[in-house]
Ligand binder design. Structure first.
Ligand code: PLP
Length: 460
């Protein structure tokens, strides 16, 4: 055994006092004692295995790192340089300043969440968003729940439990994150009746499957994949006619549900939520945090009678939206009503950002990096995606900062930074696509890069 080992370990108490001086009261003593004890225990085990005991400074350093790790939030700021606008793993839609202000205003004090200020009596949280949603989608009524999965589950549980629901084989899909249409149907208590084939489903396939047990036709946005080639889906007029004739509901899971026309932004044409309502769906369910660009929520718009029944269903209590969501959603919807969605809502700012503007930013960033002595950065063109299961296969031309030296190691460094930066590696280069980097994050991105590159270079 070495001398260090024989000297043994410092007392927990001594180590606690040493670390305490350095953490400025950010942790109560009892917590610190626990951390220090764990550090000393680990060192003692090492000692038993014949490994030299670390010095007190080294142990203090370990304890400090453990304290930092404990105090560092698990959920934290990430700069999204992936080029995927609605990136589900990175929290989907960033909120508009107006939405953030609304959250702050409602969160830091009391609100009329369930209080009718005019009447001076109990009100309903479900009233706050109804008028705006109905106005924007031309639906009679609306309801917001926790997320779109909840919206679909609630609609099915309310109207189809114990009954049959017709779904095209081409739409019995998995969206990701555990959302599979057949599973959601089962959970709701409804029975799935698949109609048609994977690539071709006709109105007569639905018609032939309708029985006295049928409660609804469920149509599902394919979201994350496309069926191309020899395909057929019934026309909306046919579905509407069928559902009405048979007296069954037409429930539509419209996924990312845009209120704006994607074709105005160089993307393929696709129905908006308004279009689905106009097509005659009784209920349209869509996400609040995909192309709408608001907080996580499931929005349901449709007929007053159907929405009225949903509002009375006991499951709604378990799926309800909280006040922060309502606040942020209301502000987001107001941007649409005011015709300012493209200017104010980050998702649409990013989708509508011109290739030229992104090129200018990329060039400026690379110039700054070069000035700071980073030679491995270059401007490169790339393709961004909308993501979030919206508009699959479609891309937007974009510009990135590419880093050519040890891209994998650099990416790892960037991910461990604060804020973390996530990009993508293509052709042995780390691409940081500027379409999804919020413009006010450019300076932070430079700082993060310089810090990561400094960590990267071998330390003496
Ligand atoms: C994304 C998506 C869902 C799930 O929505 P969440 O808001 O994530 O719960 C359901 N259906 C479709 C078609 C989707 O695209």
């Amino acid at each position: 055994m070495s001398n260090t080992a024989r000297r043994g370990l410092p007392s927990v108490d001594r180590l606690v006092r040493l670390v305490e001086e350095q953490i400025n009261g950010t942790l109560p003593r009892a917590e610190l004692v626990q951390i220090v004890r764990a550090v000393v225990d680990a060192a003692r085990r090492q000692l038993a295995e014949g490994v030299a005991a670390p010095g007190i400074e080294e142990l203090a350093q370990e304890a400090l790192i453990a304290v930092e790790r404990l105090l560092r939030p698990s959920l934290r700021h990430v700069i999204n340089a992936t080029g995927v606008v609605v990136q589900t793993n990175l929290g989907r839609a960033p909120l508009s300043p107006a939405a953030l202000a609304a959250i702050q205003s409602v969160a830091q004090s009391y609100s009329n969440l369930e209080y009718d200020l005019d009447a001076g009596e109990r009100g309903s949280r479900y009233n706050h968003l109804t008028a705006l949603l109905a106005r924007l989608t031309d639906a009679e009524a609306a309801l917001a729940v926790n997320n779109n999965a909840a919206a679909v589950l609630l609609a099915l549980a309310c109207f189809c439990a114990g009954k049959e629901v017709l779904v095209s084989r081409g739409q019995a899909v998995e969206i990701g994150g555990g959302f599979r249409i057949p599973d959601v149907l089962r959970q709701s208590g409804a029975r799935l009746v698949e109609v048609g084939t994977t690539n071709r489903t006709y109105a007569h396939d639905y018609a032939a499957a309708i029985t006295s047990e049928t409660a609804a036709i469920l149509t599902v946005h394919r979201s994350n994949f496309r069926v191309v080639g020899f395909t057929h889906d019934p026309h909306e007029m046919e579905l509407r006619h069928l559902a009405h004739e048979a007296g069954v509901l037409w429930i539509d899971d419209w996924g990312s549900g845009s209120l704006l026309r994607p074709e105005r932004y160089g993307l393929a044409a696709e129905d908006t939520v308004q279009d689905r309502v106009a097509a005659g769906c009784d209920l349209v369910c869509f996400s609040g945090d995909k192309l709408l660009g608001g907080p996580q929520a499931g929005l349901i718009v449709g007929s007053s009678s159907a929405i009225g029944q949903l509002r009375k269903h006991p499951l709604l209590r378990a799926l309800r939206v909280d006040k922060l969501t309502i606040a942020a959603m209301e502000a987001t919807l107001l941007s649409y009503v005011q015709g300012r969605a493209e200017q104010e809502i980050p998702v649409w700012q990013m989708i509508s950002a011109s290739s030229d503007a992104l090129h200018t930013r990329a060039t400026a960033l690379v110039a700054q990096l070069r000035e700071m002595g980073v030679d491995s950065a270059e401007v490169t063109s790339c393709e961004s995606a909308v993501g979030g299961g919206s508009l699959p296969g479609q891309t937007l031309p974009s510009w990135a900062v590419a880093l050519t030296t040890t891209p994998d190691r650099l990416h790892t460094q960037l991910r461990s930074g604060d804020p973390a930066v996530v990009g993508r590696i293509t052709d042995e280069r780390l691409l940081l696509d500027l379409r999804t980097v919020l413009p006010h994050e450019d300076t932070t991105l430079i700082q993060a890069l310089v810090a990561a590159l400094a960590q990267e270079s071998p330390r003496s």
